[in-house]
Structures are given as C-alpha cells and as structure tokens.
Design a protein around this ligand. Structure first.
Ligand SMILES: [Zn+2]
Length: 275
C-alpha cells in the first residue's frame, strides 16, 4: 500500500485549513476596525479631551464622529510605554491619540506601521552620531520628540500636554512627530507624504519649495517667520512645522502662504482657517 494518496490529501487539507484561517483573520480584523471606527468616545473621555485638547472644540460637527472613531482605533492599535519613571495614565493616551488623529480625521491615510509610543516625563536625551571624515562622534542631545520610520514615536509628556493645551502658539510636538509618521509612509521621510487623489506632485513641490526657500531667506535676514525656525533644518522638518502652523495659525498661513495652505488643505482635506 502506498502512502502517497494519504499524504497528498493531508497536504491539500492543510492548505485549505491555513487559507481559511488567514481569510477569517483578515475579515475579523476588518470587522474590528470598522467597529472601532464607528464607536463614539464616552462622556468621560470627551470631558478629558475638552480640557486637554481645546483645539478639538473648533472641529466642524460632521467630523467629530470620524475623530472619535480614529481615536478608538489608535488606542487599540498603539501601546504606550512610560520611560524615565513615567506612569502612563488614561488622559495621556487620550491627549496624544486625539492630537495625532486630528491629522487624519478626514483622510484615508492611517498610521499603519505604528505600534508603540514611548513617553518621557519631560525633554529627554537622545543619541546622535556626527560624521567627521572617518571619525564618528557619538553625543547626547536634548529632544522633545522623535519619530522613527516604521518604528515608535517618542514624546515628552510635558510638551505633548502643553501642545494640546495651547492651540494657538504655533508649537505642537505631537502634530510635528505624527506629520513625520505620515511622511514616512511612502518609505522615504523627505517632506513628500502620500498625496491625495488628484493632488499633483508638481504643484506640491513648487508650493513647498517656494515656501521653504522664503522661510530660509527670512531667517538669514533675521526677519520674523510664521513657521517655526526649526522648519529651516531640511524639507522633512519644514513639512512637519508647516503642518503645525496649518493647524495652529491657519488664518495667518492662508493669508501669508496661500499656496502652501492650499496644498496642506488638500492633503488633509481640512480647512482649519474656517473653523
Ligand atoms: Zn522633526
């Protein structure tokens, strides 16, 4: 008696079983995602956010369910770790999730690769390598936040909290770092995120480069700038800081940088100058 037929049937059954399990898991994940996106926040969660992230109160009424669903999805997907002795509290998770989700409240783009947010109590030291010919100098520099490609976001809670509490000062470390997360979804963090359907690359590039060069020039002449001076570091930092200004000083941006404002409004499908 040959063992062949039995082995072949077993193999086929195994393939069918594995495929069924995979298909079931894909559908289960989709169902869970849809359920989370359709779940509103509780009244307690809303009260925390009204206190900690007042900017959300300006959001048009029709976008609120979408924001709340995304916050639920974010809290389900992302694990928060306290560093430097920080104990993670529910209000920290909520404040950070809400500020991050504001970026994608009206967008099909999502923080697909993000699984971890690390939170320090305040500003933290982070290692940097400087290349000097063949010599690499390692040094620690102070930081308020970091965003790793396909990796974690690292935040100072002091600054994340302050960014949420003051919606108009032009500083927001959470929005800054999560703009980098969106930028990184293309595989390259270079100031060119995944653009919207119908949003031309040429128009994006021209608006960004014109605004970037104007920004650098004003700084060289020691003139005041609407966008934070840190944006002059490179294109990706300019995109992150321009995004902060778009949410925190939208009317000034629409007036002084109309082309840049129009590109960001199309990218995020939002018009905060009208909120
Ligand atoms: Zn940055």
């Amino acid at each position: 008696m040959s063992l062949w037929p039995i082995t072949l049937w077993h193999l086929l059954a195994l393939i069918v079983l594995v495929a069924a399990v995979l298909i079931y898991r894909i559908f289960a994940r989709r169902r869970k995602r849809a359920r989370l996106l359709a779940t509103p926040l509780t009244e307690e969660q809303r009260a925390v956010l009204a206190r900690l992230v007042p900017m959300l109160q300006r959001l048009p009424e029709d976008l609120r369910p979408s924001l709340e669903g995304r916050i639920n999805l974010f809290l389900d997907q992302v694990t928060f770790h306290g560093n430097g002795g920080l104990e993670i509290k529910e209000e920290m998770r909520l404040s950070i999730a809400a500020q991050a989700c504001l970026l994608v409240v009206n967008s099909p783009v999502w923080f697909e690769t993000l699984r971890t947010v690390l939170v320090y109590p305040a500003g933290f030291l982070t290692g940097r390598s400087d290349h000097d010919g063949f010599v690499v100098h390692e040094r620690d520099v102070g930081s308020l936040g970091e965003s790793w490609n396909r990796g974690p976001v690292v935040l100072s809670w002091d600054h994340a909290l302050q960014g949420g509490l003051d919606p108009d000062d032009g500083h927001n470390v959470v929005i800054h770092e999560f703009a980098h997360q969106l930028d990184a979804l293309t595989g390259h963090t270079n100031g060119i995120p995944i653009l919207r359907k119908g949003q031309g690359y040429a128009g994006w590039e021209k608006a960004m480069l014109d605004a970037y060069h104007g920004h650098v020039e004003r700084l060289e002449r020691a003139h005041p700038t609407l966008i934070d001076p840190y944006g002059a570091t490179n294109h990706q930092e300019f995109f992150a800081e321009a995004t902060v200004t778009f949410f925190e000083k939208p009317r000034a941006m629409r007036e002084h940088e109309p082309a840049l404002y129009a590109q960001l409004a199309q990218l995020y499908a939002l018009d905060p100058a009208d909120w």
